[in-house]
Write a new protein. Structure first.
Length: 149
């Protein structure tokens, strides 16, 4: 039995949880949305999509190209206003991954050494209208995240 005085160092479980939640949402035919702290170092997204220091990104396979859910970062190509952009999100900048249709998913706490996410009570921003290739999205309220156990 291991002593708790000398824990074995482990890597972050965040990238593994992100991949699992992404698969779960996609396998259920829903649309995975990523809530990102756009002020975190290394985040590369078009400035015009940032609202209140955060950005919500549709990362469904039909909405992005070359999706890479890596251990250190998430990368993909996405179109905003008809222009293709290379998107880079450090894993530590991910605040939540949830299904757009019902809000089920997972919020991610700040990791040790990370700045805490904004603590005001403003709901996460909605993605800009008309960005889906399937036509305009219906208006919806802010997502309600639930902890998945």
């Amino acid at each position: 039995m291991m002593s708790s005085d000398n824990p074995i160092p482990m890597t972050s479980n965040r990238p593994y949880l992100l991949r699992a939640i992404y698969d779960w949402i996609s396998d259920n035919g829903l649309t995975p949305y990523l809530l990102v702290d756009a002020t975190a170092e290394g985040v590369r997204v078009p400035p015009h999509v940032i609202k209140n220091g955060q950005v919500v990104l549709n990362i469904a396979m039909r909405a992005v190209a070359n999706l890479d859910l890596g251990n250190e970062r998430i990368g993909f190509q996405a179109r905003f206003s008809g222009v293709s952009h290379a998107i880079h999100i450090p894993i530590r900048a991910v605040l939540a991954l949830y299904a757009q249709e019902n809000g089920q998913g997972m919020m991610f706490p700040a990791e040790e050494g990370d700045a805490p996410p904004p603590s005001d009570d403003t709901p996460p921003p909605s993605p800009p209208e008309g960005k889906d290739e399937d036509g305009p999205r219906p208006q919806r309220g802010a997502p309600h995240l639930r902890v998945v156990k």
